[in-house]
Design a protein around this ligand. Structure first.
Ligand SMILES: [Zn+2]
Length: 205
């Protein structure tokens, strides 16, 4: 098995204790999240699959994709899923000036009505977070599926996620082309297996 980093390094949780990394309610629940959409092929497939499984999830959307595909964004909402802000242009917080970063989040918020925010690449400066925290819940993750990785097989992706999941886990998948193969294999099987284990699925809040 390839060694890989399934959780965020502990130092981030120490630096950013005010972010949500996991929901510690004690309930046997998991939180599926899909970043970077909406894009037609991937998001439509995801919505249909979730509907078939009667599972709700949270979509952290990129503003420019919402602008391009407004009907698809509406479909996420009308299907009863939650949405979150993932900036307008999928900006890397560490390489962007704070003012510009905040403007980009505001631009996305014109299209995405949500109090949830997830920084692209998990990168955000303390100064950026400081401005966002009064307005937003910053939702990170407990399990990084690595669905975008080319060096793991779909079977490995599924196995590693299953091994890492625990009550309250926020699990990160993507709605973009390079994650397609691993994501489509892993998510439906993961849902089936977790249901067998007695897990419920909820949306981020
Ligand atoms: Zn992203």
């Amino acid at each position: 098995m390839k060694l890989r980093w399934m959780r965020a390094p502990g130092i981030f949780k120490i630096l950013f204790p005010d972010f949500i990394w996991r929901y510690n309610s004690g309930a046997k629940k998991v939180y599926l999240t899909f970043d970077d959409g909406p894009i037609p092929e991937s998001t439509l497939w995801t919505l249909n699959m979730l509907k078939e499984k009667s599972v709700k999830a949270t979509f952290f959307c990129v503003g420019e994709n919402v602008h391009k595909y407004p009907e698809l964004f509406q479909k996420i909402l009308s299907s009863g899923h939650a949405v979150g802000n993932h900036t307008y242009n999928h900006l890397k917080g560490w390489s962007v000036d704070t003012q510009l970063y905040l403007e980009n989040v505001i631009m996305a918020s014109d299209l995405i009505n949500s109090k949830l925010f997830r920084p692209p690449y998990g990168q955000i400066k303390r100064s950026q977070a400081k401005h966002l925290l009064p307005e937003y819940k910053i939702v990170m993750w407990d399990v990084l599926s690595g669905d975008y990785r080319k060096d793991i097989t779909p079977e490995e992706c599924l196995k590693d996620v299953l091994k890492t999941v625990r009550p309250g886990s926020i699990i990160l998948f993507h709605n973009h082309q390079k994650s397609e193969v691993n994501m489509r294999f892993t998510v439906p099987r993961l849902i089936d297996e977790l249901k067998l284990q007695g897990y419920e699925f909820d949306v981020c809040q």
